[in-house]
Design a binder for this molecule. Structure first.
Ligand SMILES: NC(=O)c1ccc[n+]([C@@H]2O[C@H](COP(=O)([O-])OP(=O)(O)OC[C@H]3O[C@@H](n4cnc5c(N)ncnc54)[C@H](O)[C@@H]3O)[C@@H](O)[C@H]2O)c1
Length: 330
């Protein structure tokens, strides 16, 4: 059992990870400024309302709670918004993380699991699976901000001050299978919740951006992974770091979290129509700038290193779990 600080634990993936960490027996403190999170999503442990930039608060939270490890979800996440407002993303995601890492070093907290993203690869890949060794060529400030934090963690580990694992999620989807939590971004930009909003009549239609890609049905292919499976990966990663027996040399690794199996936009829409029984309106539009045809993980490293095996990341289960939560949203 460890004392774990969950930065950004009031958000979508953080709040689901609280459930998994609790089941694994850990003691939890969430730090969140509630800029995009929800107070009632912190269903376990203590919530400290505060910001990554508040050094005095970070020192207090780390020491008073005898924190052994940090899981760091706190960030702005909208890639499109990052193009319009890049400095806000560098300030929050990069400077905020730098402040957190410095506070950990000051207070001798060695262990961090960091939320990274497939966006670090940019447009790489084509139809091939994306492996961790590909060049990191982000195409927006959001992706750059995440890659910069990975570099900080790697370089701090190299001088023996930190043990860290960066988990590069592909497309997070699904909801807690017991219906306790779900995705509540505002505005929502992720495909499955948007599709289900069309199914429940909360939006007029669902738009397909580009149907002329070089994929079997012409629409973009993405690798969706269930949020509960992501949560499990964090438990495995933090436990792996905490039990590796700190020899003071520092440790860093980065791995993809995906399924190695992509679904096209059209496949997701058809599955949602089938499962909800609603024939909602679909509108085809031109491609958006910066949408690669296909982003699918080579997820073998997380299997090998962490022993991680997704359990709920098939498309039907992810849509059913999301629908159970989302159909009741007001
Ligand atoms: N959702 C996805 O599909 C996806 C994919 C790849 C990577 N990620 C990464 O996973 C992490 C979590 O994503 P999410 O979908 O749960 O996002 P989210 O917005 O739901 O959660 C982020 C949380 O961090 C908090 N936060 C932001 N800045 C903060 C600050 N300066 N101080 C304190 N709290 C702050 C927000 O209030 C929010 O509760 C992010 O780092 C994101 O980059 C998400």
């Amino acid at each position: 059992m460890a004392n774990i600080l969950v930065a950004g634990g009031a958000g979508f993936i953080g709040s689901h990870t609280l459930l998994a960490l609790d089941t694994a027996g850990h003691s939890l403190v969430t730090l969140d400024n509630l800029s995009n999170g929800h107070r009632d999503s912190v269903t376990i442990g203590k919530l400290v309302e505060g910001d990554l930039h508040d050094s005095a608060l970070l020192d207090r939270v780390l020491t008073e709670n005898k924190i052994d490890a940090v899981i760091h979800f706190a960030a702005f996440i909208e890639a499109g918004e990052s193009v319009v407002n890049p400095m806000a993303f560098y300030k929050n995601n990069v400077a905020g993380s730098l402040n957190l890492i410095n506070a950990m070093i000051r207070n001798n907290v060695r262990t961090m699991v960091f939320s990274s993203t497939a966006a670090v690869y940019g447009q790489e890949g084509g139809a091939a699976l994306l492996s961790e060794t590909l060049p990191k060529l982000p195409i927006n400030p959001y992706g750059h901000s995440k890659w910069m934090v990975e570099c900080m963690l790697r370089d701090t580990a190299a001088i023996g001050k930190l043990d860290a694992i960066a988990l590069r999620y592909f497309n997070a989807a699904g909801s807690d299978p017991e219906g306790r939590l779900g995705e509540r971004h505002d505005p929502e930009t992720h495909l499955i919740p948007l599709i289900l909003d069309a199914a429940r009549g909360a939006r007029a239609d669902i738009k397909i951006f580009g149907s002329d890609y070089g994929t079997p049905d012409g629409t973009c292919i993405r690798d969706y992974v269930h949020v509960s499976d992501l949560a499990t990966a964090h438990v495995l990663a933090v436990d792996r770091l905490l039990t590796r027996g700190g020899d003071g040399t520092g440790f860093y690794d980065a791995m993809n979290l995906g399924t190695s199996n992509g679904h096209s936009v059209r496949q997701v829409i058809e599955m949602a129509k089938h499962l909800t029984g609603v024939d909602f309106k679909v509108v085809e539009q031109a491609r958006r700038a910066g949408d690669p045809a296909c982003l699918v993980a080579d997820a073998s490293r997380a299997h090998t290193v962490l022993g991680w095996q997704p359990q709920r990341s098939d498309l039907k289960t992810m849509i059913e779990d999301t629908w159970r939560f989302r159909r009741n949203l007001t």
